[in-house]
Design a protein around this ligand. Structure first.
Ligand SMILES: *Cc1c(COP(=O)(O)O)cnc(C)c1O
Length: 382
């Protein structure tokens, strides 16, 4: 355990002066290969797929920020999820939250399932359903909380207890909360996954992913996947995430303050229905959010009633950008049914509660008064 508090860790974990030059920033080592010191001996690196000094520093920072044993950086969030399930064998049973990121469903249904892995989607907000779904062949429960875009929470601590009693591991996609606002490993989970594309990078200028393990066995397992399957993050992209991490606690505080203000504003608006934001007392799982999260974040969704109204609203926005993704400094608004959840079938979308009028907001770090004024003028056109 580190003696330092969070913002100090964000600036310094993995990011110490370069021993050779004193450079305050982590150097970008653009080298595919490294000189060996003899036969079978090296200075710690031999080939950048297996390990790179810049990536090492990011992985050290990721492990510190999630309180894990090891961090592993991948070329995208999806590459991280592919690496998470790569060690599973044919016949293994994988339980997954039924309302996870649609790209996860696409990967599982179009590829992983055909490798003989038995994938079952379960409502992980329902603990009885989770307990009932575990079988002798179950190896992993993969959960995402809060869910996208409906902001349904799953109880990480309770699910971990249920899983561990049966020898099953729990992985948590922590992308929506960021490492600042939710610590799955401290709540009992085994593995944390991130799309670093979102809050960790924070500036919408790179794609990346990460796994953070909690045991030395996880470290060995994911190092082997990185080396064997090769979907590692490039040194320059690692540098961008390292740079983003330094300001992440500061950014997330502003995201959060703006998120709360926007949610309060929308909660009383006549044209907005089904507003989902765990920070509102009216959210059915507000109490769980208070218990398991360190804040409520800046993601929310609401329903404008139809695709036509959603289109008019998006077209009228001046500051919010109509774009997918989240967690960057700029505020984004998106139509879930045709963007993030386009990969789902109509039936899957209906089951996940994603209607044609749903708008998802990622609240950025602009002045909240400007954001609310922008939403107000766009809602007037609906
Ligand atoms: C974006 C996202 C992913 C996928 O990450 P990429 O970096 O786009 O590959 C996975 N899970 C969640 C919750 C995400 O928001």
């Amino acid at each position: 355990m580190s003696p330092y508090k969070y913002s100090t860790l964000a600036v310094h974990a993995g990011q110490y002066p370069d021993p050779q030059t004193g450079a305050v920033n982590v150097p970008v080592y653009l080298s595919s290969t490294f000189e060996l010191t003899g036969i079978g001996t090296d200075r710690g690196w031999d080939y950048s797929r297996a390990g790179n000094p810049t990536r090492d520093r990011l992985e050290e920072a990721l492990a510190a920020l999630e309180g894990g044993v090891s961090g592993h950086a991948f070329a995208s969030g999806m590459a991280a999820i592919a690496a998470l399930v790569a060690p599973l064998h044919a016949g293994d049973h994988l339980l997954c939250s039924h309302n996870v990121y649609a790209g996860t469903v696409r990967l599982f249904n179009q590829f992983v399932r055909h490798q003989g892995i038995d994938i079952e989607y379960v409502d992980t907000s329902n603990l009885e359903a989770v307990a009932a779904a575990i079988r002798p062949a179950t190896k992993l429960i993969h959960i995402e909380t809060p869910s996208n875009p409906t902001m349904v929470l799953s109880d990480i601590h309770a699910i971990s207890e249920i899983a561990h009693a049966k020898g099953v591991e729990v992985s948590v996609d922590n992308t929506f909360m960021s490492p600042v606002l939710q610590s799955p490993l401290a709540l009992g989970a085994d593995i944390v996954m991130h799309s670093t594309t979102k809050y960790l990078n924070g500036h919408s200028d790179g794609i990346g992913g990460a796994l953070i393990g909690s045991t030395p066995e996880h470290k060995e397992r994911f190092l082997l996947v990185q080396k064997a399957a090769g979907a590692i993050l490039s040194p320059f992209e690692c540098f961008l995430v390292l740079r983003g991490i330094k300001t992440m606690p500061l950014r997330v505080r502003q995201h959060e303050e703006n998120g709360r203000a926007v949610a309060e504003y929308l909660s009383t608006h006549a044209k907005v229905s089904r507003l989902a934001y765990p920070g509102l007392k009216s959210h059915p799982q507000h109490e769980l959010a208070v218990r398991q999260q360190k804040g409520f974040g800046s993601m929310m969704s609401f329903d404008l009633g139809s695709r036509e109204k959603a289109g008019r609203f998006l077209g009228a926005l001046k500051i919010f950008i109509n774009a997918e993704s989240l967690g960057g400094v700029e505020s984004l608004a998106s139509h879930s049914a045709t963007t993030t959840h386009a990969a789902l079938t109509d039936a899957e979308r209906a089951a996940a509660g994603i209607t044609e009028g749903i708008i998802r907001l990622s609240i950025g770090i602009e002045d909240k008064e400007d954001l609310i004024a922008d939403l107000e003028q766009a809602l007037q056109t609906v």
